[in-house]
Design a protein. Structure first.
Length: 434
């Protein structure tokens, strides 16, 4: 059987539990399979190209997050082959330009708008985001642990590991980096400023990021959730380096990891009167901190889902309380929903991805049920997830075809099933039809 048939067959136990809510089995299956059915553009052995949806480019971040829900079925070679092909394509993309966040399927020269410096024609966009280099490591780590297969550890993959360490090391001292980004756009997009170099930062041990996972420019160059994600990614990288018997790379990565950790401990923690000690979202090492969270992952809310900390970690729980409150400037409330939004979309709009992350990081069934109820009643009769929506009028939404959000919905439902919580959470939603 092909990958779609295998996954469809293995979803049957989940679908059986979803029958208590009318229409939910079909909605779940459509979202779970959306990436496989609509965005996988190339399935040659060792070459899987995954577009993000309504933009025909592949983001390193999105493409990984779009397939993570399939890892649980990767013990079947047909599923594993697609994921391994994506990892091979991601390694090839990073070899083209490790500072790029999104790539074209061919050397078409397609791009969003005019950027300086002009990128390689195989690059869609050259916004440097720390998390872009972390996601392939997360994907490879989860795949290897699930299947025991190491066929993805090719010479190209090995070179990618060294490249990631070198870039993170370079950007610990951004002043010496050659990276800059200037955009001439008709759209009101935040720019890095300072001739494309971004605002000044001190050396802290953390690694600098020009842009957030939303693709918006950072206010302060040390993006805390991405540096925390880098710790988790480097742990996987060290493990792979040792498997590949590259002791020098393992030592370099371990030293880098320790320096980032020390920088986070010293500069990224803020003492607040209301919540106590929490993580900042961004800092510059010069005494400035930005207290907020964004719906896009890695976010502060998503840390346990990305295996950066435990769901019951005290600092995480304090930070989570802040994120899910009106004190977070991008926490939005309306008559139909409440949740985390983003400056990337209209002010006040909520992101389904953030509601899914609430479920994936929840310990209380009632909170998970509240988030699930909102997801099931705000899709504007499309039975798919969107990028964001107006919590007072969910028929107003952005991006009708956004595969990452669909995958996150599928992952959230299956997560509840895996934990044995799905039936109780569905009961707590109070829904019988959607």
């Amino acid at each position: 059987m092909d990958a779609k048939s295998i996954i469809t067959q293995r979803l049957k136990p989940v679908l059986e539990q979803l029958k208590t809510v009318s229409g939910l089995p079909d909605m779940f299956q459509s979202c779970f399979l959306n990436t496989l059915e609509t965005t996988v553009k190339c399935r040659e052995p060792g070459n899987t190209f995954v577009i993000t949806g309504d933009i025909e480019a592949m983001w390193l971040r999105d493409s990984t997050a779009q397939v993570l829900q399939y890892i649980r079925f990767a013990d079947d070679p047909a599923v594993s082959e697609i994921i391994e092909g994506l990892l091979a394509r991601q390694a090839a993309c990073i070899a083209i330009d490790p500072y790029a966040n999104a790539f074209n399927e061919t050397a078409s020269g397609k791009h969003w708008t005019v950027d300086i410096p002009e990128p390689d024609p195989r690059v869609w966009e050259r916004k440097y985001e720390v998390d872009s280099l972390c996601w392939p490591l997360l994907l490879a780590d989860r795949l290897e642990k699930k299947t025991g297969r190491r066929t993805m550890l090719t010479p190209e993959f090995h070179r990618m590991l060294r490249t990631i360490v070198d870039v993170f090391r370079t950007e610990q001292n951004h002043e010496k980096s050659g990276y800059y980004f200037i955009r001439h756009s008709p759209y009101p997009e935040p720019d890095l400023g300072e001739d494309g170099r971004g605002a000044p930062v001190a050396r802290t041990g953390m690694t600098w990021s020009g842009f957030r996972p939303s693709d918006d420019a950072c206010t302060y160059g040390y993006l805390v959730p991405s540096n925390l994600f880098a710790l988790r990614a480097l742990s996987a990288l060290i493990r792979f380096a040792r498997i590949l018997e590259d002791d020098a790379l393992a030592r370099d990565a371990n030293r880098l990891r320790q320096e980032i950790q020390e920088g986070l401990d010293q500069y990224a923690v803020v003492q607040t009167e209301k919540y106590g000690e929490i993580w900042a979202y961004e800092t510059d090492g010069l005494g400035h901190h930005l207290l907020m969270d964004d719906a896009n992952c890695p976010s502060l809310l998503s840390l346990p889902w990305l295996e950066i900390c435990d769901r019951n970690d005290p600092r995480y729980l304090r930070t989570r309380s802040f994120v899910l409150s009106a004190d977070n400037p991008f926490y939005c409330t309306g008559s139909a929903a409440h949740g985390v939004g983003s400056p990337h979309t209209p002010r006040g709009f909520i992101w389904p991805i953030a509601l899914c992350v609430q479920i994936l990081t929840s310990v209380e069934d009632r909170e998970a049920a509240d988030a699930l109820r909102m997801l099931l009643t705000t899709h504007a009769d499309t039975r798919l997830m969107h990028e964001s929506f107006d919590p007072d009028d969910p028929a107003r939404f952005t991006r009708s075809w956004f595969a990452w959000a669909n995958s996150m919905f599928g992952e959230a439902i299956h997560f509840l099933y895996d934990e044995g919580r799905l039936e109780h959470v569905l009961e707590l939603t109070g829904l019988k039809s959607v």
